[in-house]
Design a protein around this ligand. Structure first.
Ligand SMILES: C[S@@+](CC[C@H](N)C(=O)[O-])C[C@H]1O[C@@H](n2cnc3c(N)ncnc32)[C@H](O)[C@@H]1O
Length: 259
């Protein structure tokens, strides 16, 4: 209910550009699946720029969008990958999010979407499958770039470890896994925007009653999970959530590579 109401507010803010620009009228409604506030087009473009600048996204890449939501990143990727001969697969645990993506990209053969009925305390409390048992809907060594934007910020560490391992499985040798997180370190454990409180040995959360609302992970635990998955951490950039930042993204950005 809380997310739905916040989504409705985002929708209200989107009305001026929906009315002014006919091309934007069919954008997904955030009250149906709320992936966060901000302008759908601008945020999507910014995330693709981060993937290009820091994770080597190429138009010919076969990409996997983990927790693709309502297609915010898929939107700017569709033309790029369509022109370059690349391909896109997005999956999410939100049935409404995947339905919106399928409607929006109907007829575009290089854009695929899968729904997985996985439990998450913030996004799918009725989900049948545990996050730590998920198998990504992609074959071994089939993906050039896997990414999860603003997804591990809603998942506990055992689940994140599973997702990193699955990412490593589906990546081609030399493939990259880009993900965002709130990486905690002494002196950078909370901020004005995110008042994290202690939760467990590897994480802090903004509300211990609803941990998946927003989770920060201790940096050594993130680094250990990346290494355990068989990936090598190549890039780590501090986001704006706790200044000073290394780049213009809100969350911390990590890029790991499969040997
Ligand atoms: C803040 S939204 C970000 C959506 C999208 N990545 C973006 O940047 O626009 C978080 C998304 O993660 C999805 N999600 C949460 N837990 C997940 C899980 N265990 N597996 C896959 N997706 C998950 C939610 O349904 C939601 O769409």
């Amino acid at each position: 209910m809380r997310r739905t109401l916040a989504g409705a507010l985002t929708d209200l803010k989107s009305l001026p550009h929906r009315l002014a620009d006919p091309a934007r009228r069919a954008e997904p409604w955030a009250f149906v699946h709320n992936v966060g506030d901000g302008d759908f087009v601008a945020v999507g473009r910014q995330l693709v720029r981060h993937l290009t600048d820091h994770a080597g996204l190429k138009p010919s890449d076969r990409v996997l969008d983990i927790g693709c939501g309502n297609g915010r990143v898929a939107e700017p990727l569709a033309d790029l990958l369509g022109i370059g001969g690349g391909g896109y697969l997005g999956f999410d645990i939100s049935r409404a999010g995947i339905a919106a993506c399928r409607r929006r990209f109907r007829g575009r053969a290089h854009m695929g979407f899968e729904h997985l009925d996985v439990w998450n305390g913030e996004y799918n409390m009725g989900g049948k499958l545990a996050e730590a048992e998920v198998v990504f809907p992609a074959a071994d060594a089939s993906i050039d770039l896997a990414f999860a934007t603003s997804v591990f910020t809603h998942m506990r560490m055992p689940a994140m470890r599973r997702y990193l391992a699955e990412g490593a499985r589906v990546l081609k040798p030399g493939g990259r896994f880009a993900f965002t997180a709130f990486a905690l370190s002494p002196g950078r454990e909370a901020s004005e925007v995110f008042a994290f409180e202690p939760f467990d040995a590897t994480s802090k959360v903004i509300d211990p009653r609803y941990p998946e609302r927003a989770i920060g992970h201790w940096r050594p635990a993130i680094e250990a999970a990346v290494a355990e998955a068989g990936l090598t951490l190549r890039t780590s950039l501090a986001g704006l959530w706790a200044p000073p930042a290394d780049y213009d993204g809100g969350q911390d950005l990590f890029v790991a590579v499969k040997a």
